[in-house]
Design a binder for this molecule. Structure first.
Ligand code: UD1
Length: 336
């Protein structure tokens, strides 16, 4: 049976890769996006690669009623909710905008879903909800705490979902806690296209590799890790997209959280060295001060996703960075 999936934020980095995977397996997709940090060109690429069309609705979910027409016009069966603001530093400068945007859009979405009788929801959460973890690798039942407004919005939305699911047993919600999404579609024509100076390591390293920036600042080399630089669980965006399909296929009553990560860690210096190896470009870097709020190590315990979703991430760091490099070198200025 063909399903129609509503994907909020479907023009963005993770959203567009997930939309492509849905179309490729035969689902119909309706994307709602306000294009505040994404380009419609990502969806044109999705259509070209899949040979299928996507319904695109430009709308701002923070406006009440913005989804009414979507639910009456299309036979939506479930929702993947990516839309939201996601820059940690910006959230510290503009907390009101972050709380308003991320919370209002989710509340409006859930109200519209309930009104339309759609109860199946997959939400983009983040490993940021674990704060500075006590246990590594991090299981889903680790304590939850956040250190910035962006992270707080993710945790608040998780709490809202847990309470909403308790209030009505028809809800089936899965909260996906992503570790560090990187990589790009293997075509080299879809990838991450950050606005302005990238905050995240891999887009920054790629812009250095392609000559848009001079050097990488390594934020601290005195952490308690093997080489002193921060260790993260990088996950290929195509594996992450597949995780969303697995989550949709395995929704169960109530609300549960599932980590999407590989369980393997890579340091900042590993990322720089592997990028140099796959691109053949020397990556200049300099050791700089620690970035406020950073932690030494973040690593997923991905066993729940293996057991409950029958999903695992199988692309390694070299594949992730090879694919990021293909995208960046073919599209040095992103979608523009
Ligand atoms: C960041 C966010 C996290 C968010 C995630 C999305 C912070 C504090 N956390 O995670 O909430 O969910 O992005 O992907 O921003 N690094 C450098 N130089 C750089 C950039 C980063 O050395 O120019 C280092 C960082 O110190 C860290 C590692 O690279 O050790 C990864 O950083 P980043 O890509 O920003 O991800 P996170 O900080 O893990």
């Amino acid at each position: 049976m063909t399903q129609t999936i509503l994907v909020t934020g479907g023009a963005g980095y993770i959203g567009s890769h997930t939309v492509l995977a849905l179309l490729e397996r035969g689902d119909d997709v309706v994307v709602v996006d306000n294009l505040s940090n994404s380009s419609k060109k990502s969806l044109e690429t999705v259509e070209r690669l899949s040979g299928k069309s996507v319904v695109f609705v430009e709308a701002d979910l923070t406006e009440a009623g913005s989804l009414d027409e979507v639910f009456t016009k299309f036979p939506i069966t479930s929702v993947i909710h990516f839309a939201g603001l996601k820059a940690v530093g910006e959230s510290v400068e503009e907390p009101v905008r972050y709380y308003r945007t991320n919370l209002m859009s989710t509340l409006n979405l859930m109200a519209a879903m309930a009104a339309a009788g759609v109860w199946d929801l997959v939400f983009s959460s983040s490993a940021t909800v674990y704060g500075d973890p006590e246990t590594l690798p991090i299981p889903e039942d680790a304590p939850l705490r956040t250190t910035n407004p962006y992270g707080a919005t993710k945790l608040m939305i998780e709490d809202i979902c847990r309470e909403v699911a308790k209030s009505d047993s028809r809800w089936q919600i899965t909260l996906l806690r992503y570790f560090n999404p990187v990589g790009a579609h293997e075509s080299g024509d879809m990838g991450e296209d950050p606005l302005g100076i990238p905050n995240n390591l891999v887009p920054f390293v790629m812009q250095v590799a392609v000559g848009r920036r001079e050097k990488v600042n390594v934020f601290g080399n005195n952490y308690d890790t093997a080489d002193g630089t921060g260790v993260r669980d990088y996950i290929h965006v195509v594996d992450l997209a597949a995780g969303h399909l697995a989550a949709l296929d395995n929704l169960i009553a109530g609300c549960r959280a599932i980590n999407l990560g590989t369980g393997n860690g890579a340091s900042v210096l590993d990322v720089i060295a592997t990028t140099a190896a796959v691109s053949g470009v020397k990556i200049n870097y300099e050791i700089a001060d620690r970035r406020a709020g950073d932690i030494a190590t973040s690593l997923a315990d991905p066993s729940r996703a293996h057991a409950e979703l029958d999903w695992r991430a199988d692309r390694n760091l070299e594949t992730m960075l090879t694919d990021s490099w293909r995208w960046q070198s073919r599209h040095p200025n992103g979608y523009d």
